[in-house]
Design a protein around this ligand. Structure first.
Ligand code: IVH
Length: 695
């Protein structure tokens, strides 16, 4: 390097350490100290210096996180020190036994033993090797002796420093140089994982691209680590916490406790678990477990238990290892949130709206601490996309209060040909036809009036204000009547007696009489209201009105073909299909006949009431009307329907544009305003005589 270039070289090094510092604050401490724009600016500057002097590009440069060409294959790596697993504890008794064993072997009393507790991350173990402070290799655990070289992917994880912080690279000059200088060889070990959010985002993207989704964050992390192309790993946001070590240069003075090791790792810029804590005594150990278990679902990553480690490293050395695990550490497991079991069948539940939902019937299995024999499969799309079939082994998941779900089948365990699942063509509850809502992937029973699964909702809708408007029949009363078998379908309303009603909770003869009178009064209605009250999917007030005006008679609506229905304003293919299927169900027809038989009737819709010359002659045609006060013989919505049938527009407030005000009892401010504006005021009596004259 010549003299002129030395300034650039210095700048390059200072940018590298500044970027490492910003990176650490952002990815390890989760506390950014500069804006992204500032980072980008430095990064671009570094890139341009490196382009100018390619010979200065080193492996620890932030520009070198993502490698060039994808690998052909993975190289195997023999671990210089074996990577161990852990013994499991499933109860406080197991923990007690673990502590007792250590006490006996070390000949100490439990009170003096210190443990470090940290969450057991649900991911994959990794060993990362630094030489002279620079990351040189990363390998998976494999069988503990030999793993796979995944350096290219590990380098993409932004919380892992490519170069350790040392006295020179740290801004904090108060530390002793010797404290920060890492050993010549340093192997650190920890867990690679994917956060819940990254996992969900990844699965969403995979599904959009029609590619395989992952059953859980752990599988997603494993799948990512096993990519030959580091560009893929770079996009997927893996994370890491370190909790151990492998080979370390002999001459290095290693700390005396595990807690101090964690502190030392942090000083080198390596990520360790922020929830690690030093504890003394069984109570503290149990307490930490309880606390973390309560926090478990709220954590941004998955944990499957707590790892407790003896703090004193001398003690660890005295205890040593079994062939598989250290004697000085144990994993206290949480109840599993994900288990495998057999899918015995797929039941169909019919909801209150008639929607059909497939539900998994499982061989009972304990998951998340409770025995589960049913779980949601979500919908048919999910079942088909994941190819879940009855007879499969399935992954069942239950996290916290969330309802248990089937994550997907374990295809490797499928031994024989199994039939694909299909939705039934008839409702399993009432045998009516099932129709698929094209755009919504929802399957729905078309027996709305008859289907027992939909009864309560259908009955509540039938009596509602804009439908048959039966006052005094609240949801509670309807539910009671339905539960007692007195009210199954809407036509049953008209067979109820005062005695039956008076027997119900919080009812007496007087209130029962009022309800029966309201039921009786509802018999006089309009075709529009009647059609709306049937609860045909997608048929709201407006569509009901359009149907009534178009066909003018119930029979014609019921007989209408798809083509004829599509002629009606506001009715498209889907709605037409709903209407046609609804009226085609024999059970629905029976209920409708029952209603007509009970005496429900409406004024004939004649040409007089339609938009023709005769209609245009009535005094309300094209006028704007406001209704106020209490009407004696009809509800306000009845009055509104009458006006609308005459071609008037009913609005809510009086203005200069108002032509008529229909004023009932106790009319207030609207009446005085109308009078002051000179609006014609109609009494209820006058209005009724006008209607009668028109008919
Ligand atoms: S200590 C010799 N600490 O759990 C030390 N392991 O079931 C052995 N794990 O293979 C590991 N979080 O992959 C340790 N805080 C933690 C851990 C942890 C997750 C994993 C690790 C290990 C497995 C054993």
């Amino acid at each position: 390097m010549n003299h002129q270039n030395s300034a650039e070289f210095e700048q390059l090094n200072s940018i590298k350490s500044e970027l490492a510092r910003l990176n650490y604050a952002y990815y390890v401490l989760d506390a950014p100290i500069e804006s992204d724009a500032y980072y980008d600016e430095l990064y671009q500057k570094l890139k341009s210096i490196e382009e100018q002097f390619p010979e200065w590009v080193t492996a620890d440069s932030p520009t070198q996180r993502i490698g060039g060409q994808p690998l052909e294959q993975f190289e195997s790596v023999t671990h210089s020190k074996q990577m161990f697993s852990l013994e499991n504890a499933f109860s406080n008794e197991d923990m007690q036994a673990f502590i007792k064993r250590i006490q006996e072997r070390l000949e100490v009393s439990s009170d003096t033993l210190e443990f470090v507790a940290e969450p057991k991350m649900d991911g994959l173990a990794i060993s990362i090797r630094y030489e002279n402070g620079v990351l040189v290799q990363a390998a998976t655990r494999g069988d503990g002796v030999t793993g796979e070289d995944v350096t290219h992917n590990i380098r993409t994880i932004r919380s892992i420093p490519l170069k350790l912080f040392t006295a020179n690279s740290s801004k904090n000059n108060s530390r002793h140089e010797s404290e920060l200088e890492p050993p010549q060889v340093l192997e650190v070990r920890g867990e690679i994982f994917m956060s819940k959010t990254s996992f969900e985002n990844l699965n969403k993207k995979q599904a959009e691209l029609g590619q395989k989704t992952f059953a859980n964050p752990r599988n997603a992390a494993a799948g990512t680590l096993r990519q030959l192309d580091s560009k893929i790993a770079a996009k997927r946001n893996l994370s890491l916490y370190l909790y151990g070590w492998g080979e370390i240069s002999d001459d290095y003075q290693w700390p005396e406790t595990y807690a101090e090791v964690l502190t030392q790792l942090k000083k080198w810029g390596l990520p360790t678990h922020p929830l690690a804590d030093t504890l003394i005594g069984l109570d503290a150990i149990e307490d930490y477990y309880d606390r973390l278990q309560a926090q478990r679902n709220a954590l941004p990553y998955e944990i499957d238990g707590i790892v407790y480690k003896l703090n004193k490293i001398k003690g660890q050395e005295t205890l040593g290892f079994t062939s598989k695990a250290p004697r000085w550490a144990i994993a206290r497991k949480f109840p599993a949130q994900e288990v495998w079991t057999e899918l015995l069948g797929i039941d169909i539940q019919v909801g209150r709206t008639g929607a059909l939902t497939p539900v998994a019937r499982l061989k009972p299995v304990e998951v998340g601490g409770v025995v589960v024999s049913n779980a949601t499969l979500h919908n048919l799309d999910e079942i088909q996309r994941k190819d879940t079939r009855v007879g499969d082994w399935v992954i069942v998941r239950r996290a916290g209060d969330v309802i248990p779900e089937v994550v997907g089948p374990v295809l490797a365990k499928r031994k024989s040909e199994l039939a694909q699942f299909e939705m039934p063509e008839a409702c399993p509850v009432c045998n009516s036809e099932v129709i698929k809502e094209e755009d919504k992937a929802v399957y729905r029973c078309s027996g709305g009036l008859f289907c027992p699964a939909q009864a309560k909702r259908a009955l509540q809708h039938f009596v509602s204000r804009k439908a048959m408007d039966i006052q005094g029949l609240g949801n509670k009363l309807i539910n009671q009547l339905n539960d007692r078998g007195l009210l199954k379908h809407p036509n049953d309303f008209y067979a109820l007696t005062i005695e039956q009603l008076a027997e119900l909770d919080r009812m007496a003869v007087k209130s029962a009489t009022n309800v029966i009178q309201a039921i009786e009064a509802s018999k006089e209605t309009t075709l529009q209201r009647f059609l709306f009250s049937l609860g045909i999917p997608e048929v709201g007030e407006v569509t009901a009105k359009n149907l009534a005006n178009h066909f003018k008679s119930l029979d014609k609506v019921m007989e209408a073909s798809l083509e004829a229905l599509i002629e009606v304003d506001d009715v498209g293919d889907i709605v037409a299909h709903h209407i046609e299927t609804f009226f085609a169900q024999p059970h629905n027809q029976e209920v409708i006949q029952g209603l007509i038989h009970a005496g429900i009737h409406w004024p004939e819709i004649t040409d007089k009431t339609e938009t023709n010359a005769a209609l245009a002659e009535n005094p309300f045609f094209g006028k704007t009307v406001v209704i106020t006060g209490t009407l004696e013989t009809m509800g306000r919505s009845d009055a509104k329907a009458h006006f609308e049938a005459l071609g008037a527009k009913v609005t809510g407030s009086v203005s200069k544009k108002t032509d008529y005000l229909l004023a009932g009892e106790k009319a207030g401010s609207k009446l005085s305003k109308a009078e002051s504006l000179g609006v014609t005021v109609l009494s209820e009596q006058l209005f009724i005589s006008q209607i009668e004259a028109l008919n």
